[in-house]
Design a binder for this molecule. Structure first.
Ligand code: ATP
Ligand code: ATP
Ligand code: MG
Ligand code: MG
Ligand code: MG
Ligand code: MG
Ligand code: MG
Length: 274
């Protein structure tokens, strides 16, 4: 393999190792989903099928990449937090992001028909991916607060905009004009006074986005589950390893639509930032 006279071209590949012991955050975003959502009849402002499909693809990714501790999704994007100690692919940046993005995309396509039963895919969707490194848990918490704040700002705007268009019979141009320069409280008032919509009663999936957590399964539960992978692994290690060997923690991926801006989420899940 290495011996041909052509092999020198390999030396043009430049290493792209990520700094060790730093938090890796990967963010994927649908390419041209404004058009994709139009062409596939997404319900506006929020198509629940599309959001559930995004959550499904993200769950597949988190099951495959065990170093991902947390996922956060909104609209056509998903962010993933890798543990600091991650050594996946020797921390080669493009290897990680390209594999992650392509797995997410293929899981999205593979599961499309489960969520969009009557809507065939008209063309192959694609996602872009980027990696950002953060030096400490402060920036990581602020990163996820930033994304969830974005969810809130966009959802409040979009909910008011589409109420004006769909129920208030404004044109899109008129609706944008009505909303220009308004603050949150004014949008809440428009929704409540004109359309009897109490923003805080809107589905938390739309207001908060999707939070995918790698939860630790308590040892008692994971040992009881007869058919779980953990149990199979446990029975092997019982025979082959010293009894004092600590069992590996067992995880499951849970989806919720909770607040991650306040401190309490992180206090309840301290291991996410270890
Ligand atoms: P880019 O390629 O630069 O990301 P884009 O067209 O994908 O461009 P975004 O800023 O990523 O633009 O916005 C995604 C758009 O996809 C939203 O503005 C919205 O119109 C649409 N969209 C995504 N998910 C949903 C959903 N669940 N329900 C309704 N519309 C959605
Ligand atoms: P990595 O994830 O590091 O790329 P890999 O398992 O994909 O690991 P490669 O060096 O990329 O390893 O090799 C791809 C392997 O896939 C080949 O060695 C071969 O076994 C198999 N393969 C790929 N395409 C074909 C094909 N058309 N017919 C038969 N086998 C194939
Ligand atoms: Mg190959
Ligand atoms: Mg974009
Ligand atoms: Mg996009
Ligand atoms: Mg987007
Ligand atoms: Mg290969």
């Amino acid at each position: 393999m290495a011996g041909s006279k052509f092999a020198y071209v390999k030396s043009f590949e430049i290493p792209d190792l990520l700094l060790p012991k730093t938090f890796i955050v990967a963010r994927l975003d649908g390419h041209g989903f404004h058009r994709f959502s139009d062409e596939h009849g997404f319900v506006k402002p929020n198509d629940e099928r599309a959001l559930r499909l995004m959550d499904h693809a993200a769950t597949v990714v988190m099951q495959e990449f065990s170093d991902i501790m947390l996922g956060f999704g909104e609209s056509d994007e998903f962010s993933f937090l890798f543990r600091k100690s991650c050594t996946l692919y020797n921390r080669r940046s493009t290897k990680i992001i390209s594999t992650l993005t392509s797995l997410f995309t293929s899981a999205y396509v593979m599961n499309w028909s489960r969520y969009f039963e009557d809507m065939p895919l008209k063309y192959p969707p694609s996602f872009d991916g980027r990696i950002v490194l953060y030096p400490s848990s402060t920036e990581v918490m602020d990163y996820f607060s930033w994304r969830q704040t974005d969810t809130h700002i966009n959802n409040l705007y979009n909910t008011t905009f589409w109420a004006l268009v769909q129920q208030g019979e404004k044109t899109p141009t008129q609706a944008h004009e009505t909303l220009r320069g308004t603050v949150s409280s004014q949008k809440n008032e428009i929704l409540f006074n004109n359309f009897e919509i109490n923003y805080n009663e809107i589905d938390s999936r739309f207001r908060k986005g999707s939070v995918l957590v790698r939860e630790v399964v308590p040892p008692s539960l994971s040992a009881e589950g007869k058919s779980s992978e953990a149990d199979i692994a446990g029975s092997v290690s019982a025979k082959t390893l010293k009894p004092s060997k600590k069992p590996k923690p067992v995880y499951k991926i849970t989806v919720c639509h909770c607040d991650i801006i306040g401190k309490s989420f992180w206090e309840e899940h301290p291991y996410l930032l270890e």
